[in-house]
Ligand binder design. Structure first.
Ligand code: DAH
Length: 341
């Protein structure tokens, strides 16, 4: 084959490959194969020495023309591929603004946590300091220090989860009183909020695990009026309306006098409805003036100081407010329940 024919063959093959190339990496390979230092066209130039004087110029010119043509073809193909690639990229990244949005599910505090936070905010606003004390509690704090007589039925194993003879799951948050009182000097206003446990037969209104808040205040001249005013102020802020507070005598070993207290039903505003069973009152918890024995045990002179204390359950409030009929729902984490609130 003459040099010229060979050149034509190389040209046709090279241009064909350029057109068939699908990526710029393939174009790089073609570039090296033909135009590189050891490329096929570059090697053709080396043949010039073996040609006659007449042929040389013509042959050299042809090789250079083909090199230029091939370079140009590679550049053009590269441009076309780049344009195609970025078009494909744009198409892949295109946003269809007419599609409906995605629904992101966000978490939110549990209804009990919300209730607890609200109660806390109100009492903090009234000057109470919240403390945390153990849920696994010493018998002595849960009962003994609270003036329970030795044979009191609340201490019966039927009512409490004992871990051993001296340790149990606290049956009420009042157990914190003697973890705090002896270590402070009056005046004091302290509160706690958290889980309590009782060995109960579980049903819609009785749970083995529930939440309570417990508050006490000790100062000079504290009286039942202060207790009533405090509960009333709490209820006003909690239920967002004017409420009355009703005391009825009740017995708790750590208060004297002791009372159960109720507030005006926030659903019917005292008119009487299904929730308050027509009475107009909602019973919330227990209260009283701190028993002098308790103060003395904490090293506080009961001649000089008096105090009040009260405590109530938390679950009842969201139950009444949202018409929740079963206490167990709070602890079961059933999404069908949680999503409704
Ligand atoms: N601890 C009591 C209970 O669980 C409630 C209670 C009554 C708390 C009187 C008090 C109080 O602080 O003074 O039933």
């Amino acid at each position: 084959m003459s040099g010229k024919d060979e050149l034509v063959g190389i040209r046709t093959a090279a241009l064909g490959k350029v057109q068939a190339a699908e990526s710029s990496a393939q174009l790089d390979e073609i570039d090296t194969q033909y135009l590189g230092r050891k490329g096929e066209l570059t090697l053709q130039l080396r043949r010039i020495g073996s040609l006659s004087q007449d042929e040389r110029k013509d042959f050299g010119q042809s090789v250079n023309d083909i090199k230029a043509e091939l370079s140009e073809a590679i550049a053009q193909r590269r441009q076309a591929l780049d344009a195609g690639e970025s078009k494909a990229k744009l198409a892949a990244e295109a946003v269809d603004v007419t599609l409906p949005g995605r629904f992101y599910q966000t978490g939110r505090p549990h209804i009990l946590i919300e209730t607890i936070e609200k109660i806390k905010r109100i009492f903090i606003g009234l000057g109470y300091e919240f403390v945390e004390t153990p849920e696994i509690e010493d018998y002595k704090y849960n009962f003994e220090a609270l003036n329970y007589p030795p044979e009191h039925p609340a201490m019966d194993e039927q009512m409490s989860f004992y871990i051993n003879d001296d340790v149990l799951l606290r049956t009420h948050t009042t157990a914190y009183q003697h973890r705090v009182m002896p270590y402070r000097k009056p005046p004091m206003r302290v509160a706690t909020i958290g889980k309590t446990y009782r060995y109960e037969n579980v049903d819609a209104t009785h749970g083995h695990t529930f939440h309570q808040v417990d508050c006490f205040a000790i100062d000079h001249d504290i009286s039942l009026t202060d207790l009533k005013g405090t509960i009333q102020q709490f209820a006003v802020e909690m239920f967002g309306m004017d409420v009355n507070v009703r005391f009825r005598p009740d017995f708790f070993p750590f208060v004297e006098p002791g009372a159960e207290f109720a507030v005006t039903c926030f659903l019917c505003k005292g008119e009487g409805c299904g929730v308050c069973k027509g009475s107009g009152w909602l019973e919330l918890g227990g209260a009283g003036l701190i028993h002098p024995n308790i103060l003395e045990k904490a090293g506080i002179d009961s001649e000089e100081y008096t105090g009040f204390a009260f405590g109530f359950g938390i679950e009842r409030m969201p139950m009444l407010e949202h018409g929740i009929k079963d206490l167990r729902l709070f602890m079961e984490n059933d999404l069908r329940f949680l999503r409704q609130l």
